[in-house]
Write a protein that binds this ligand. Structure first.
Ligand code: IMP
Ligand code: MG
Length: 313
């Protein structure tokens, strides 16, 4: 019983979605909740061998990957900016009409927010934003002029008090929280401001974004990518040049933007120690992509997961 929160250690794209799906099976989770910023997050997961071979995973930007476990309800927490177009696309694509919930308080991303970010030289140029409208929607939320999910007719069938659902579910079963981005992309806690996203990406921030009580948290998994990567601008310790990345067969593209990911030669241990201090994980999942895959075959789903090492921390 209780909540397990999955977060990224460094700059995102560590494999949080894969780990969250794995944990949803392992724990027979009642609920899997997306925390984090908005549709700037791109989580990908393989459902069968063909997808692995073609390297064409299922991609999600709004709903959590825990839906792969057929008995897990999926939800979006109150602090996540919601794009109704993306939400409905994912619900329909994966047949989640009876399984998907969205907190009635979520701020809404509009076409105007996306346009504002795309047209901003500061965001699209200097920062390297995903231009998903997430930051602009959150800015309007802070200005207290955003639309909330409760005022969007097409979201009506999915509205819920996700804070209540999650705290209640945690008292009778397991809840998985699928964090997004990475700790070092946190707005307030990263040393790299302004090269950050528009909110914090730590374990405690994830709990706050959903409205989870601290007493319900039973564990935290910090996902560490053995070969760290970063999309967008900002420092990347030990960065390799593009030729080295290609020569080593390590080229990867971002889920949301399709941009080539920047890569580092190895884990920056001093930074890892710092983010471990911020997140105090109970387990660490070490992932390595795109090299070897481990396969987990559970329930209806068949998906690949990079190496998953659980360490007592
Ligand atoms: P924004 O949050 O889309 O404005 O992007 C701000 C910075 O965070 C940029 O460097 C993005 O590339 C990065 N970023 C945002 N979301 C993600 C993510 O889910 N994975 C990796 N990087 C991200
Ligand atoms: Mg990603």
């Amino acid at each position: 019983m209780g909540v397990i929160i999955v977060v990224g250690a460094l700059y995102g794209d560590e494999g949080k979605g894969k780990i969250s799906a794995y944990l949803s099976f392992r724990e027979k989770a009642k609920l899997c909740v997306r925390s984090g910023i908005g549709t700037n997050a791109g989580h990908s997961i393989y459902l069968n061998e063909e997808q692995v071979e073609k390297r064409m995973p299922v991609r999600l930007r709004q709903l959590p990957c825990g839906f792969l476990n057929p008995t897990t309800v999926v939800a979006v927490g109150a602090g996540v900016a919601v794009d109704p177009v993306v939400f409905r696309e994912e619900v329909e694509k994966y047949g989640l009409q009876a399984w998907a919930k969205v907190d009635y308080r979520c701020p809404i991303i509009t076409a105007e927010h996306i346009k504002q970010e795309q047209e901003s030289a500061h965001l699209s140029g200097k920062i390297g934003s995903t231009c998903s409208g997430s930051g602009a929607a959150r800015a309007d939320f802070v200005w207290r002029r955003a639309t909330q999910a409760k005022n969007v007719p097409e979201l009506k069938p999915y509205l819920a008090d996700v804070a209540l659902l999650a705290n209640e579910a945690a008292c009778s079963g397991t809840v998985i929280v699928e964090g997004s981005q990475g700790t070092l992309l946190s707005l307030g806690l990263s040393p790299d401001y302004p090269y950050v996203t528009s909110g914090d990406c730590t374990v405690t921030a994830a709990a706050a974004q959903i409205g989870l009580s601290w007493q319900n948290i039973k564990g935290a998994v910090m996902v560490v990518k053995a070969i760290p990567s970063r999309v967008g601008e900002g420092p990347l310790p030990g960065e390799l040049n593009v030729d080295e990345i290609k020569e080593w067969g390590m080229a990867e593209r971002g889920v949301v933007t399709g941009r080539l990911r920047r890569k580092a030669a190895g884990i920056p241990w001093d930074m890892l120690r710092y983010v471990a201090m911020l997140n105090a994980p109970t387990e660490i999942a070490l992932t390595l992509e795109p090299a070897p895959f481990y396969y987990f075959r559970k329930g209806q789903g068949f998906f690949s997961c990079p190496i998953y090492l659980l360490c007592d921390y």
